[in-house]
Ligand binder design. Sequence first.
Ligand code: UTP
Length: 277
Amino acid sequence: MGIINKCLFPVAGYGTRFLPVTKAIPKEMLPILTKPLIQYGVEEAMNVGIFSMIMVTNKYKKAIENYFKPHTDIEKSIKNTTKEALLDEINYLGEWCNFAYIEQQEMLGLGHAIYIGKPLIGNEAFAVILPDDLCTNDGDTVLLQMTKLYEQNPDCCIVAIEEVMGSEVDKYGVIDGELLKGSSNAYRVHNMVEKPTPAEAPSNLAIIGRYILTHDIFVALERTKPDKNGEIQITDALMTLAKAGRVIAYKFQGIRFDCGSVKGFVEANNVFAKEQL
Ligand code: UTP
């Protein structure tokens, strides 16, 4: 058993910024070169020794479930050809990992999606990856960097943050905090505001799609009221724990591509193409 054994992927959103393609293809199945975003997320989790993947999905997103199952007809048709290796790039995941799926029936926000995963988590801390935030780094992956910090602070939730431009803060949860003693990249969080206006934002440190959450986040989520749009925000639930000094924001090393936006998705493809083609 590792220090974190399960990773939850909240992938129930409709991906409306990518319409019309997301009418039939889940955003998480859009590829960076030939590999879908969801696989980069699963591989990042595996890199920390997590083999139990929990997908919070919806009834229109069966393509994600199918992707992680064997496709015997294709396997037969490319057996003993050079193309066999291409399929191995996905099939090995099925040998290593367990995949569990649970449906979020109403889109009531990221916090709600995470809460839906509760029955599959058990009484332990867990990781959360939003696959549309694609993170790369030459050294440790972002989740591995966070796991190391969690190991030193096992009572705390860890959220990944990055500096964004002042004009961009209204797309993110934004934190206010102070650096941990002796650290240059980990902050004890005092306050967090979801999608503030630039004037309201306590800093330009924005939360991105990587979290390590202690199990009592579920109690906090149960007590979290919906926001003005009727959504339950994970930021609001984390705020309850932050009040007790139990949230650390970590400025990770690496690059994040916001593949939930068309611009970020194209940028990621361009960078990967330059490196790999
Ligand atoms: P986003 O708002 O970025 O994703 O949510 P979206 O709603 O799919 O995309 P747009 O804005 O319509 O283009 C961040 C993450 O939270 C998940 C999404 O799937 C995405 O991974 N999410 C959001 C849920 O699983 N359920 C929700 O109710 C809301």
